[in-house]
Write a protein that binds this ligand. Structure first.
Ligand code: PEP
Ligand code: MN
Length: 322
């Protein structure tokens, strides 16, 4: 980098972004300086933003970004439904739920194979065996797959079998992991950490964007508060707050946010009304026997009826689920 750029390091940085090299700065460079910077040929666009998550901010990109995962497009009028079990438990379970979800309007399949469990004695997931089952379900249904990756050195493995990498709430500020998924170039579903402010969440997204990976989708999944009636507190105001602050698409996960089956449908509808671009709904053929999160997964019939009900809410806010 030229001297001019080096001198400005205190309040600015250069970022290679696609074909452009951007200078992102927190103050307006005087126009003489701007002309000089352009002459160096090192900078194609200068972005002025007071945000600490500049690449995620609307200063950087005014239009909502579209993130494509297979045929699913986050950030369009059509709301993307991600469905599937909390954990991949076996072939029959996964294929049954995948086929059903597809038939009833889901456009992405979820299923954890590396599970971040609070207790080390709880089911930890099927690992690579589970990844192979996810890939098989994708082949059978055509649904792209999103699954969580817990460690930087598993990113290549998970990327090999999936279409979108999920960063879970517990890892939302694991900066090494964020950088590694950023470098992978794969679409990333970044969940909100349980104790993260919206600002901190956007800065976590910035770690991924800064690696040149523009395919980031944010997922609100509830935060930890003093309230005990629900597993977490679903912060639905985050949806319009994010909409104003960032161009990144937004998903809401009412399953982990509430932890209670009866609350999934009302909160999914509320999320659609609030303007979400997608929903993540844990769904299982027999929730009562599920190896993880059995209290919050919808049965197949419940998922189908939620999908029916969502369309009218989506229509009311100028969106669609179909
Ligand atoms: C999950 O979606 O499988 C999960 C563990 O969610 P969270 O990271 O939001 O707790
Ligand atoms: Mn779960």
């Amino acid at each position: 980098m030229g001297d001019l750029l080096r001198k400005r390091q205190i309040d600015s940085r250069t970022v290679a972004w696609g074909k452009e090299t951007l200078l992102v700065t927190q103050r307006n460079p005087p126009s003489a300086e701007t002309t000089e910077l352009r002459k160096t040929g090192l900078v194609e666009r200068i972005i002025v933003s007071s945000s600490k998550a500049q690449l995620a901010s609307r200063d950087f990109e005014n239009e909502t970004s579209i993130v494509e995962v297979g045929n699913a497009r986050f950030g369009c009028d059509r709301i993307v439904i991600i469905a599937g079990p909390c954990s991949v438990e076996g072939r029959e379970q996964l294929l049954e739920v995948a086929n059903f979800a597809k038939k009833h309007g889901a456009s992405l399949l979820r299923g954890g194979v590396f599970k971040p469990r609070t207790s080390p004695y709880d089911f930890q997931g099927l690992g690579e065996t589970g990844l192979k089952l996810l890939a098989e379900a994708r082949n059978e249904t055509g649904l792209p797959v999103v699954t969580e990756v817990l460690e930087p050195d598993k990113v290549d493995l998970v990327a090999k079998y999936s279409d979108m990498l999920q960063i879970g709430a517990r890892n939302a500020q694991n900066f090494a992991l964020l950088r590694t998924v950023g470098k992978s170039g794969m679409p990333v579903l970044l969940k909100r950490g349980m104790m993260m402010t919206i600002d901190e969440w956007l800065q976590a997204a910035e770690y991924i964007l800064l690696e040149g990976n523009q395919n980031v989708v944010l997922c609100e999944r509830g935060i930890r508060t003093f309230e005990k009636a629900t597993r977490n507190t679903l912060d639905l105001a985050a949806v319009p707050v994010l909409r104003k602050a960032t161009h990144l698409p937004i998903v809401v996960d009412p399953s982990h946010a509430t932890g209670i089956r009866e609350l999934i449908a009302p909160m999914a509808k509320a999320a659609v009304a609030a303007g979400t671009d997608g929903l993540m709904i844990e769904t299982h053929p027999t929730p009562e026997t599920a190896l993880s999160d059995s209290q919050q997964q919808l049965g197949l019939g419940e998922f189908a009826s939620l999908m029916e009900d969502l369309e009218s809410v989506a229509k009311a806010v100028g969106r669609s689920t179909r």
